[in-house]
Design a protein around this ligand. Sequence first.
Ligand code: ATP
Ligand code: BUA
Length: 353
Amino acid sequence: MKVLAVNPGSTSTKIAVYKDETPLLVRNIRHSVDELSGFPRIIDQFEFRKNLVIDELKANDIPFEFDAIVGRGGLLKPIPGGVYEVNDAMLDDIAHAMRSHACNLGCLIASELAALLPGCRAFIADPGVVDELDEIARITGSPLMPRITIWHALNQRAIARRYAAENNTRYEDLNLIICHLGGGISVGTHCRGRAIDVNNALDGEGPFSPERAGTLPAGQLIDLCYSGRYTRDELKKRISGRAGLAAHLGTTDVPAIVKRIEEGDMHAELVLNAMIYQIARSVGAASVVLYGKIDAILLTGGMAHSEYIISRLQERISFLAPVHVYPGEDELEALALNALGALRGELPIQVYQ
Ligand SMILES: Nc1ncnc2c1ncn2[C@@H]1O[C@H](COP(=O)(O)OP(=O)(O)OP(=O)(O)O)[C@@H](O)[C@H]1O
Ligand SMILES: CCCC(=O)O
């Protein structure tokens, strides 16, 4: 079986080709803030990102022959985890998605490329809208605004299973706090195989991140909305696209920021340290959700490569539980294994309604 996995992230497009369990190609194409700023909306990046995938296959002499194409995405209605076949209801919801996110393109690219090949199936797996929150975690101080979660479900699950396998146990038997430190940051509280509390990483909840604002002062936000200074779209971007490190420092490139700090940029140091402080505070909050009974804290995502970030984070959180670091992500492998499982009939293929 041959599978193409496509993972459009906020700062990258990642692709992989698998022949059964063997990766034939794994690529991470990074996008700078400038490169993406030419596209007014993320959905406008569709042709650009799709062509990147096709070009990468050609450049590596990979024939365009697949049994399935699986994309990460998209921001649909809240649904249980697992594999879903791309269908019209899904494409329609993506076309009218309330939330713009690069992962919406994963589902569209999988669908369009699979349609070029007779018999090829298009899937998504564990999208960012997987919702397993405890009821108590949904309540906010306003009945008008219950909490929802948008998070890195695919990678957090894959890393949890990897940690469990390395420790000869099962994800379903562990209490874990998992921090995905990517362009967005999600901090998940996993209680015996269920993510019972996770921040809405995209829409203004949790730590700020390279691209996201995280939790903001609500009163000031309302004032800004009515100030007449910004359109709705501009303000949305200031929460989930050009916020966080991008807004404070003009870049999402952590190694470049660390270099600035080493060269004496004290503002960059304050901002990066503030992001680390906010991540640690979220981990502290997650620890009480689990009544302090934590088997491990797992740090993953692109920023888990950064010694600067990880060492400072560990200083603040390692008293809570053992900390393990999984730099990068297992999303491409997780997508490919989900698609293979679905093709072989080992995993149920769910229908998005
Ligand atoms: N080797 C590295 N050292 C330090 N920081 C890194 C390294 N590689 C990536 N990063 C940082 O990680 C962040 C991007 O992480 P990642 O690639 O997981 O994000 P993404 O896939 O674009 O978005 P998301 O994970 O939110 O879907 C960027 O801020 C980048 O600078
Ligand atoms: C679905 C991931 C959330 C984010 O990118 O912030």
